[in-house]
Design a protein around this ligand. Sequence first.
Ligand code: NAD
Length: 359
Amino acid sequence: MLTIDHARLRDAIAAICIAGGSEDHEARIVADNLVDANMAGHDSHGVGMIPTYITNLLNGGLKPNEHAEIVVDNGAVIVIDGRSGYGQVVGQEAMAIGIERTKRFGAACVGLRNAHHIGRIGQWGEQCAAAGFVSTHHVNVVGHKASVAPFGGSDARYITNPYCAVMPATDQNPPTVLDFATSFVAMGKIRVARNKGEPAPEGALIDTTGKPSRDPNIMYTDPIGGALNPFGAHKGYGLALLNEILPSAMTGTVGCRPETRFDPPKTINNMLSVIIDPNRLVSRKRFNEETDAAIANVKGSPAANPAKPVVVPGDPERMSWKKREAEGVPVDDETWREITESAVSVGMRADDLNDIAGI
Ligand code: NAD
C-alpha cells in the first residue's frame, strides 16, 4: 500500500490528463475531483477511475476539452448536453448554470445528459450548497454492461444509479451531504476489494443463479458472472428505478439496456438535479434554526457503541478528509500499477509519474 501526499497526487493525475490531451485547466479540475473523492474516503470514485477514463479516452468514448451545451432552455427548466466531455468539467458547468438560474427564479430543474463519468455526486450537491441552495440529484449510468440486479431478479439490468441530496451549511453545522449508490455498495468498492485481493462485502453480490457470492472477480468476466444487489431490498430498488428513468426520460436520452451499450464501452452519466433557494420559502434564520434543531436532536441519541457517536451524512467524509490531509492518501499497489499503465499508454514515463507523485 502506498501513501501519497494529496497535493502530489493531484499533480500526478493532472499530468496524466494533460498527456491525454486535456488543457491544463481541465486536467486540474479532473485531478482535484478525483483526489477530493479519495480525501472524502470514497476510493471507489477517486484516482482509481483513471484507467477507465484513459481507456475511454483512447477509444474515443471520452472527449477532452468539451464543454456543457444548453440544448433546451425554458428559464428555470433546462437540459444540458455534456457532449461526452469529462464529467468533472461539464458537471461543474451544468451546476454553475443551475445555480445562476436558481438565483433568478428561486428554483431550477437541470437535466444533464451525455456527460462522461461525473465522479462523486456529492460534489455537485456541495457546489449548490456553497451557493446557499438545497439540491437533489438523480443519476443513471449508461454505455457499458449492467451490474445491478432488480430486487427479486437474478441478473444485472442497470448500473449503480447514485442518489444525492444536500442541505447547505448553517451557522452551527456544515452541509448535510447524503450521497450514495443505490446498489448494495458502489461498483468501485468491488474493484477496490478485487485489487486488494479481499472478499466483496457480505450481501453485496449474487452469482448467476441468484445465490450470494463474496468473489469480486465475478463482476469482471464477460458475460458478467453475477450482479450487485440493490441496497435496502425493494426500497433501494425502487429508488434505483426512478434514478434509471428520470435522468433519461426527462432529458431525451436513453438508460441502461443491452441495446444502449457502446462498443467499445464508455461510461456516461445522466443527472436530473433540482436546486432550490430555501430563502424563497422561509427566512434564512428560520431555515437554519429548524435544521440545527433536527441535527442536534439526532446527535443527542446516546451512541449504541460509545466509540461511535451518531453522525449525520457528510460527517464521515469530513473526518476522512482531515485524516488524509494529515497522513496522505492510501493507494493500493494494484491501483497504482493500473494508473501507471494508463500514464504510459498516453506517452508518459513511469519514472516521471513516480517523481511527480513523490514515490
Ligand atoms: P456509502 O455507502 O459510503 O454512503 C455514503 C453516504 O452515507 C454519505 O452521504 C455519508 O455521509 C453517509 N454515511 C456514511 N456513514 C454514515 C453514518 N454512520 N451516519 C450517517 N451517514 C453516514 O457510499 P457509496 O454508495 O459507496 O457511494 C460512494 C460514492 O460513489 C458516492 O459519492 C456516489 O456519488 C459515488 N457513485 C458515483 C456513481 C457515478 O456513476 N458517478 C455511481 C455510483 C456511486
